[in-house]
Design a protein around this ligand. Structure first.
Ligand code: EPZ
Length: 428
């Protein structure tokens, strides 16, 4: 398994461009199955989750090409709607294929997605919404089979503003008969991006980004060319990493309004963040201040995906900070790893109490999930001495060549393949 070797204490300086958003690209790539002919998607990040999604589309019969950050997909020759179990197991976001395949091909079969290290992550809101659109859903032997002659528009009210359920139901409704209303919808920027893409294909969606979305069903969609929005979580991660090293960085290709909650919290710690169109300038000097309360919540609140990275910063902020994780039930796995680096953190269910210490100390730690891995990289950048971070494959799911990006800003970070991987690479 590849690992990172990080020598802390080096300030990040310079400028960096943020790549396209993983969480916008994944539903958009799934939605392409509803288009007619070749569709081009630009600024798609080269991430393991994206490669898996494209592999699934190929396995269904779509023609797929991925050069640099541009994907060209032609779904014309899709001949099955059974999502391969082995690929499904690699990435739970394959559930985004349910809405589009059902809408275009009237059927879809997936294996029940497992939970992951941050929680059980059920999909009951997705299934309840699809049933309200007229889908017949059978769950048996670990599979979920859906059918619908033609989905019928209807009124859906989500029990929770789930991002994935909003996206799946949005995609299912664009080809449904009549009008669909999605109440208590998620308002994340990725929803707006997906709706913009679908409207470019010829869908008729109003209110995306608000808590009520109205969709007027259309008989078919055409093809288009679309650029994915910047990844706000990668941008936030770079902001926090720069602050951790007391650096001065210009982050390009950002939508500052997607990061208001994060910028406000960083400014509370004393970090200077200056938005300027699609650039964020971040500068941090001297002691950081603790933040009394940080609570993750649906957009526009503080994003759960930046809770772990921000906690790394707070481990060396003067005073005691309190973080409440309200979105996922098990998203504190990074705490024990930060404690190995000397952090003083106490956890009580979904609340963490972080007492700032002067400096973390490098140690051997491991990434338990994507954002916990990012948090440990940030901790290593600010720590005294060397940090060895194992299982960096988690990080490759959401950050394109993270170590190269950080090295270009002056970080001392190296990716080391283990001997078996080196031998395999040489054998190829
Ligand atoms: C999306 O996951 C993101 N993933 C997550 O990012 C992100 O953390 C999350 O939204 C919240 O912002 C992608 O977009 C690919 P939810 P999703 O449905 O859609 C519960 C990352 O690091 N729930 O909003 O799965 C669920 O268990 C990833 O990039 C149900 O109970 O999130 C969770 O507790 C991690 N039933 C809460 O709702 C359902 O049917 C929020 O989940 C669906 C969700």
């Amino acid at each position: 398994m590849a690992r990172f070797i990080i020598d802390g204490g080096h300030r990040l300086n310079g400028s960096i461009r943020v790549h396209g958003s993983k969480n916008a690209a994944l539903p958009i790539l799934a939605a392409v199955v509803m288009a007619q002919g070749e569709t081009v998607i630009k600024d798609v990040p080269r991430l393991d989750d994206v490669f898996v999604m494209l592999e699934i589309l190929r396995s269904l019969g779509a023609k797929v090409a991925f050069h640099k950050n541009e994907v060209v997909i032609d779904p014309t020759f899709i001949h099955t709607t059974d999502v391969p179990e082995d690929l499904m197991k690699l990435m739970r976001s394959s559930i985004f294929l349910m809405g589009p395949l059902l809408a275009r091909f009237q059927s879809v079969k997936i294996s029940k997605p497992g939970g992951c290290t941050i929680g059980s992550r059920p999909i009951d809101f997705h299934l309840k919404g699809l049933r309200m659109l007229g889908a017949e859903i059978i769950e048996r032997h670990g599979y979920i089979e859906c059918r619908a002659e033609r989905l019928q528009g209807g009124s859906i009210f989500l029990d929770f503003p789930s991002v994935g359920a909003t996206e799946n139901l949005l995609m299912a409704s664009v080809l449904a008969e009549g009008e669909t209303l999605i109440g208590n919808a998620a308002r994340e920027p990725e929803i707006r991006d997906l709706a913009a893409f679908l409207n470019q294909l010829g869908a008729r969606i109003e209110g995306a980004g608000e808590d009520t979305i109205v969709v007027h069903g259309v008989p078919k969609l055409q093809s288009t060319e679309f650029r994915v929005q910047p990844d706000r979580i990668v941008a936030g991660t770079l902001l926090i990493a720069s602050a951790m090293t007391r650096g001065h960085v210009e982050i390009q290709n950002v939508r500052p309004t997607d990061l208001t909650a994060v910028i406000m919290k960083l400014q509370e710690t004393g970090v200077q963040v200056k938005p300027n169109h699609d650039i964020l300038e971040v500068r941090s000097q001297g002691m950081l201040k603790a933040v009394e309360r940080l609570q993750t919540s649906p957009f526009p609140g503080f994003p759960t995906d930046l809770q772990a990275p921000f906690m790394s910063l707070l481990t060396v902020a003067k005073g005691t900070s309190i973080i409440s994780e309200t979105i996922f039930e098990d998203r504190f796995k990074h705490v024990s790893e930060l404690q190995r680096m000397g952090a003083s953190i106490k956890v009580d269910l979904r609340t963490a109490f972080i007492r700032g210490i002067p400096e973390l100390t490098g140690a051997a730690v491991e990434a338990t999930d994507l954002r916990a891995g990012a948090a440990l990289v940030i901790a290593g950048l600010g720590a005294e001495g060397r940090t060895i971070l194992d299982h960096v494959y988690h990080i490759d799911r959401g950050y394109e060549a993270m170590e190269l990006q950080l090295r270009s800003l002056g970080a001392k970070i190296l990716r080391v393949q283990d001997s078996l991987e080196r031998l395999e690479a040489q054998a190829e």
